[in-house]
Design a protein around this ligand. Structure first.
Ligand code: PAF
Length: 285
């Protein structure tokens, strides 16, 4: 696996891989601190794209960059886990072709003065609670796309809203990159994998799977009960069990607006805090 650390390395790699028209370079953007969820994205990247099954998934690149401009809390940025050597070993073992690990200067050189403003699916939920977060995500992803020029990029569905924001941006700016979401990977007890789970205390870790269990129960109850009361009841149960619930809602799965009814066009999304950790999760019908 090639480890690329500066712009010259990246340009050189991009120039020399010499892909044919029928071959794809797939990018998996990450902030490092990799776990089985990220590795599932790498596996997915090695398979043909459902959107262009005839193209050969020739090369897989992962980027690792803890993007300062998407953190609304300086403390959160400071404590974001970093484990570069281990990440490189994991990626090499997973059969990744190249990893790009730029520093802040490479991503935001002196004079960098552009930010992508995002609306639509970015406005509510995470967007409303974390000012500037999705603008920071969109800006870094657009910059990665500009530098790496992948044919396709894969993002985890755990950050469902982020995936919708990126799809919208790529469509609106006609970036011509295939964007795919890959299913959430969970611990055996149902907790969605996240780099931040390591900050849960043992007691919180034991409680955390309740969030996913609650989503499953809500989905079940929605078969024959009105959404409003089902959601209200679930929020209350989570609060009684020690979660501080930011939101638990049924939304239109692309537009991210509140949906009145549960259907194949919707997604059940939640964010809830347990101690110092904010857990995000979502499920479809
Ligand atoms: O999901 C993430 O890890 C980040 O938000 C991303 C997409 C790599 C942008 O920094």
């Amino acid at each position: 696996m090639e480890v690329l650390r500066n712009l010259a390395d990246l340009e050189d790699y991009r120039h020399h891989i010499g892909l044919k028209k029928s071959e794809m370079l797939t990018l998996v953007p990450t902030m490092g601190s990799l776990h089985a969820g990220h590795l599932s994205l790498v596996q997915r990247a090695k398979e043909p794209s459902p959107e262009q099954p005839e193209a050969l998934p020739a090369k897989v690149m992962v980027s690792i960059f803890v993007n300062p401009i998407q953190f609304d809390q300086p403390e959160d940025l400071k404590r974001y886990p970093r484990q570069e050597e281990y990440d490189i070993a994991l990626l090499s073992e997973a059969g990744c072709d190249a990893v790009w690990i730029p520093d802040v200067k490479a991503m935001y050189p002196k004079g960098f003065a552009t930010r992508i403003e995002v609306e639509g699916p970015a406005l509510l939920w995470e967007g409303a609670r974390r000012p500037g977060h999705f603008s920071g995500v969109a800006t870094v992803v657009a910059r990665l796309f500009g530098l790496i020029t992948p044919d396709r990029a894969i993002f985890g569905e755990k950050d469902w809203q982020q995936l919708q924001v990126i799809k919208r941006m790529v469509a609106d700016l006609s970036l011509g990159i295939i964007i795919e979401g890959a299913p959430i990977v969970r611990e055996e007890d149902g907790l969605a994998l996240s780099s931040r789970n390591q900050f849960l205390t043992p007691t919180e870790r034991a409680q955390a799977p309740i969030l996913y269990k609650t989503l499953l129960q809500v989905r079940e109850k929605l078969q024959n009960k009105a959404p409003h009361s089902v959601l209200q009841e679930a929020r209350q149960t989570l609060t009684e069990k020690g979660f501080s619930v930011d939101y638990l809602e049924i939304v239109q799965k692309e537009e991210m607006l509140v949906a009145k009814a549960w259907s194949e066009h919707t997604r059940l999304i939640t964010a809830a805090r347990l101690g110092s950790v904010r857990l995000l999760d979502n499920i479809g019908p």
